[in-house]
Design a protein around this ligand. Structure first.
Ligand code: FES
Ligand code: FES
Length: 188
């Protein structure tokens, strides 16, 4: 093992392979580097937000081999070889470089599911996984789907509406079609 700077003197580093949003990366990291920090600082994917840094708020949630995980609780070296999906990977390919908003992202826009947006990446990834497991949630199930994530400014009614809206949008496979539940017509 080698060290790369005097700041890291005597701290071993390890080669870590991550496939993030479909793109393979190889980075050399100290064993204590958190996955959240590796994504943000080593790979430049700052869409993953870090709030509490101890597993409570859910802002840092990413999909690790498809399952939601709090990236502030995962050592990057332990994710070696994993597929990671961050909020940047939730868009859909429409032939343009930026893509179009995925159904959960579009639902948050439609239902005004955010204010400052700090918590939003964690909600989007959490709901994406939740709807994959339960594509047609009841209102109570939609509430339960987001119960582990904290938002300090929006309140949860519009976020729960966004879950239901996203289920409608994803079910139709089109984020902008005509037959989805109206954004303001879901159960409150
Ligand atoms: S920053 Fe990871 S759960 Fe809060
Ligand atoms: S929108 Fe501000 S913390 Fe959720």
């Amino acid at each position: 093992m080698s060290t790369t700077s005097t700041d890291q003197a005597a701290e071993p580093t390890y080669d870590v392979r991550l496939v993030v949003n479909g793109t393979p990366h190889e980075v050399r990291l100290p064993a204590r580097r958190l996955l959240s920090d590796a994504l943000r600082h080593d790979l430049g994917l700052t869409g993953t937000h870090v709030g509490c840094e101890h597993g409570v708020c859910g802002a840092c949630t990413v999909l690790l081999d498809g399952a939601p995980a709090r990236s502030c609780l995962v050592l990057a070296v332990s994710a070696d070889g994993a597929e990671v999906t961050t909020v940047e990977g939730l868009t859909e390919d429409d032939g343009t470089p930026q893509g179009r908003l995925g159904p959960v992202q579009q639902a948050f826009v439609d239902c005004h599911g955010l204010q400052c947006g700090f918590c939003t990446p964690g909600f989007l990834t959490t709901i994406t996984a939740g709807l994959r497991d339960n594509p047609d949630p009841t209102h109570d199930e939609a509430r339960e789907m987001v119960a582990g994530n904290l938002c300090r400014c929006t309140g949860y009614q519009n976020i729960v509406k966004a879950v239901e809206r996203a289920a409608d949008l994803a079910g139709r496979g089109r984020p902008d079609g005509d037959d989805a539940r109206p954004a303001d017509g879901g159960a409150a």
